[in-house]
Structure formats: C-alpha cells, structure tokens
Design a protein around this ligand. Structure first.
Ligand SMILES: *[C@@H]1O[C@H](CO)[C@@H](O)[C@H](O)[C@H]1NC(C)=O
Ligand SMILES: *[C@@H]1O[C@H](CO)[C@@H](O)[C@H](O)[C@H]1NC(C)=O
Ligand SMILES: [Zn+2]
Length: 523
C-alpha cells in the first residue's frame, strides 16, 4: 500500500516452489552463474548438445547447483530424460499448418524445423517449429506445435516494432514529458516480448478497467491532464502506462535476479522454474477506493492484483497510473514478498518487517527515477496530491536536517509506512555512498553487469532479500546487505556499507531500536 493514512494490510504470503535451479533460454545465454535462496550458487549452462537423433533443443538444457564449490543439485527437474517425447513426429507438419495459420492470422512462409522444447511441467515436447507471416499487418511468428498432440505450445514474435506512448519509468509525473518509446522491452527478460495480441494483456501483466477483458487495443494514446481521468482517451492512456510500467519493472528486476525461479509474476515461465500462471493483474482507475493504491501478493503461481485509484485532491482528479512512483512502489511489494524467505512463507508479517516492505517500495521508486549521478532529495506521490512535499513525513535525503530519521526513530513508531520511511532513507543513504564511490551507470535499467554504484545497490538489494531471515528486522536486513556484498563482491563494499548504515544509527551495536554509530574494527 502507498498511503500512510490507511492501516489495511494487503501483504499476503509467498510460498516456496522449492529451490528449483533455473535455466535461461539458450538463445540468450550460454553460461550463467548466480546465487539464489540461502547462498545456493546456481550455474546454468547450455552445451550445444543434441538429445535424440540430432534434434536440437530450443530452450533449457541442463543446470547444476553449487554450494561451497560442491555440486549439491543437478537440475534434473528440467531435463527429465524419462519424460522426453519420442523423436519421430506422429503428426505430419502439413497437418498442423492450417490450424496455426488460422490461430495466428497469417500464412506459413515455408520455414520449418523439428525441435525439442522443455515445458513448465518438466516434460520435453517434440515440436514442429513453423513460421507464420502476415504482410498486411506486419506480423511474423514462429509457432511451436506439439508433433504428437498437435497442440500449439509456444509462439515467438519476430516483429519487435511496437511503440508505447507513456511516461518513461525514469520520469515521475506527466509534466516531465510523455514519450513514444519504441521497443522498450528487454529480450533477455521477456523473450517473447510484452504483447501477445495488440492489447494491454501480455505474459507479465494484464492492465484493465473493472474486468480483465476490458483492456486497451493499441498503445498510442496521449494522456491529457486537463481532462478527467475517466475520458475514454485518458483511460486508454492509463491502461497503456500501467501496462508499460509493470512490464518495464519486470524486465529490469529480471536482470537483477527476480526471475521465474525466484518466484516472479508471469503467465508462461518458459520452463525456467517457479510456478507459472501468475502475471500481475493491474486494475487501473479501480473504483473500490480513492487516494491510494495497493498490491495483494499471494504465493507464486497465483496472480497478484494491483489496484490503482483516482486521487481527488485536484480538479480534474489525478490518476495514480500516471505517477510512476506509485505503480513502482506497489509492484515492489511483489518483489519483496516473493523473494524474502526464499519464497517459503509469510515473511514480511511483523510490523517492522512490513515497514521495511514499504521502505523497499519507496526506495525502488527512487532508484527507477534516477537519471544522473547527482543524488537529489526525492518525494513520493507529490503529483497526485499536488504538493511538492508528497505523502511522506520528510523528503528522502542524505541531509540530516532535511530528513532526520534514524534507526532509533522506530522506537516511537507502530505504522508500517512510517517505519518504511526510516528504512528507505537508510537505503537511499547507502545508495548515495555507493554512487560517490563507484559512479553512476546510465544503462543500469538495461544492464546489470556494471560496477557502478546504482548497479551495485540494486544487486545488493535483491540479493539481500533472498539472504535475510523470515520477518527481518532492520539489523538483520542490514546484515543481509553485508553478506550479499561478501557473496557478490567479495566484501569490497563492507566498510562503505557499515559507515552508511551507522550514519543513521544502524551501526554494529544497533539493537532494540537503540542507535549505534559504531563500525567494525578496521573500517
Ligand atoms: C493495434 O491497434 C491500433 C489501435 O486500434 C491500430 O491502430 C494498430 O494498427 C493495431 N496494430 C496491429 C499490429 O494490429
Ligand atoms: C553491460 O555492461 C558491461 C560492464 O560495463 C559491459 O561489459 C557490457 O558490454 C554491457 N552489455 C551490454 C549489452 O551493453
Ligand atoms: Zn506500500
């Protein structure tokens, strides 16, 4: 939730689908290593092997998990040789073409092959891969049809020329300039793109009004802030913007580790682990409330529902769908509830842990809106309430006179958003210290490989979510950051992190909401 004035909790639970190793799409990665869950290092690789009779795989091949340099798991869940289809098609390709042409509204262009495809349930299908084109509407697909059952089981869209008229995720509110973005999707995160038809219903999210079938067709509507949110044009623009933001967020966080195996939100998980059929349900201009927003995040495998409300402080009213820090705040509840505890349970349930949930959400809204290495004060929700001070007690700031919040402030707080302000401001101070040390990457939203401060910060944030205990406290969450830095950067930022946390009272001896400004010896 966004507002600090309401106490309803929509923080539900996240449960584990097991520590399933993951296998990225072979078309986008051949070798990859990461740490998931509690220090489990997963290495995925794609030897260019053929399984039976020289038939290639189109996606996952094999994966191995290491801990302390020992193999602890073989990813047999994905490549189950006992569950591999017979290599001789029982249905001829000629017999499936007409059906696929009809489904994809195009004509077979002559390109075909036979390949294996790993499915979400662990089985391996033998498929006819055929290309279907339609010159009139400029569509071009590769369809994968089960060569034994005739079922259409996957579609790859070769045409990636979709444009979205939106407020880019690095901007906060409409007066900063709505733009037409061309191909904003990140293929490594969304291999089939964001769109399955020409509407705001895709693999990562469906953005709708009232009913899930009430989506917008096309992605080019210009929001007018001088008209009511409810005008047809503004409603369309709102659905497109929220569709875009949830997708853009999905893709960024995917690069930083919020993948299928880390319990993210997708309809099709492409055989890469986690539970499928849980894209985000984005209810724009939801009529069940005003002046707020919320995101209910049930376990992996069940869609989370995000309700975006109209704000009534101005005339015409303003729509939370058009202030990007609001949907980013909400969808971050999905990240933190799903990743904390390795997806094993209700892990942000105590007041302090729920408060940190609000803090991460504000901190991600801050991160996505950074465009330079100058760390400026940041306010949440300032456009929807038409007040530069926004909806929190203080601007987020590295200045202790602008924002005096310290760890010990929590002693007198019992409301999650107020506690979240303390945690978010601590994290923003950590961010500023990392930027000062390592600089700023302008490509951090599309490339998580850099060594710059904003890349390091988001890496550590996501890694730490998976490392921290269920129902963390500020000190245990801080410890997870130190551990994440040890795991990923061999502790290169240890003293920097301690000093930044200690600067707001979360030093070595901090406990029971009593400050400590101490740092470890040697720092
Ligand atoms: C998508 O819908 C828009 C709006 O109706 C239309 O202008 C556009 O041509 C459509 N694009 C495709 C590829 O069908
Ligand atoms: C991502 O960043 C790394 C490190 O700066 C760089 O080596 C790599 O080329 C970048 N990748 C892309 C696709 O730009
Ligand atoms: Zn919230």
């Amino acid at each position: 939730m966004l507002s600090f004035t309401k106490l309803l909790s929509f923080v539900l639970l996240a449960v584990s689908a097991g520590a399933t190793p993951l296998a990225p799409n072979a078309k986008h990665a051949t070798h990859r290593k990461r740490v998931i869950g509690r220090g489990l290092e997963v290495e995925t690789y794609h030897p260019s092997v053929s399984y039976q009779d020289g038939i290639d795989f189109v996606n996952a091949v094999a994966n191995v998990a290491f801990k302390d340099n020992k193999v602890v798991a073989l990813g047999s869940s994905l490549v189950d040789a006992s569950n591999i289809a017979d290599s001789t098609p029982s249905i001829a390709v000629e017999d499936v073409i007409a059906d696929v042409e009809e489904k994809l509204d195009g004509k077979f262009n002559g390109y075909k092959s036979v390949s294996y495809l790993a499915r979400d349930d662990g089985s391996i299908a033998l498929t006819h891969a055929i290309q279907i084109q339609n010159e009139d509407v400029n569509s071009w697909y590769e369809a994968f049809v089960d060569a034994h059952t005739g079922e259409l089981i996957n579609v790859i869209d070769f045409v990636n020329d979709l444009s979205y008229r939106v407020l880019p995720i690095w901007k906060q509110q409409p007066s900063e300039g709505i733009e037409l973005l061309v191909n904003p999707e990140i293929t490594a995160a969304s291999p089939n793109g964001w769109v399955t038809s020409n509407t705001t219903a895709g693999n990562n999210v469906v953005a709708y009004k009232s009913s899930q079938s009430a989506v917008t067709t096309g992605f080019d509507y210009t929001y007018s802030t001088s008209a009511a949110p409810s005008t047809t044009n503004n409603l369309n623009a709102a659905r497109v913007n929220s569709f875009y933001i949830i997708n853009a967020y999905h893709d960024i966080l995917y690069l930083y580790g919020f993948t299928e195996a880390a319990y993210n939100f997708q309809t099709n998980n492409f055989g890469k682990g986690g539970a499928a059929n849980d894209r985000v349900l984005m209810s724009v201009q939801d009529s069940s409330g005003t002046n707020n927003a919320n995101f209910a995040t049930p376990p992996d495998g069940q869609s989370g529902t995000c309700r975006m409300y109209i704000w009534t402080y101005t005339s015409p009213n303003r729509d939370g769908d058009l202030e990007n820090d609001i949907p980013v705040h909400e969808v971050t509840h999905g990240l933190t509830n799903r990743v904390t505890g390795g997806g094993t349970g209700r892990c942000l349930q105590t007041t302090e842990a729920g408060g940190m949930g609000e803090g991460w959400s504000d901190a991600l809204a801050f991160w996505t809106e950074q465009t330079t290495g100058t760390v400026k004060d940041f306010t949440m929700g300032s456009w929807v309430v038409n007040d530069a001070a926004g909806i929190r007690s203080y601007p987020y700031s590295t200045s202790a006179s602008t924002n005096p919040l310290r760890y010990s402030t929590i002693a007198s707080l019992n409301e999650v958003h107020a506690i979240g302000e303390v945690w978010a401001n601590l994290l923003i101070n950590v961010y500023a210290a990392l930027i000062a040390e390592h600089g700023f990457s302008t490509t951090a939203r599309t490339n998580a490989s850099g060594s710059e401060g904003n890349v390091v910060w988001l890496r550590l944030l996501v890694d730490a979510l998976a490392l921290q205990p269920c129902n963390p406290t500020l000190p245990t969450a801080r410890d997870a950051w130190i551990q994440a830095d040890q795991n990923r950067y061999a502790g290169a930022n240890k003293c920097l992190l301690w000093k930044a946390f200690a600067s707001r009272g979360l030093g070595v001896g901090a406990a029971n909401h009593v400050d400590s400004t101490a740092v470890p010896s040697g720092c």
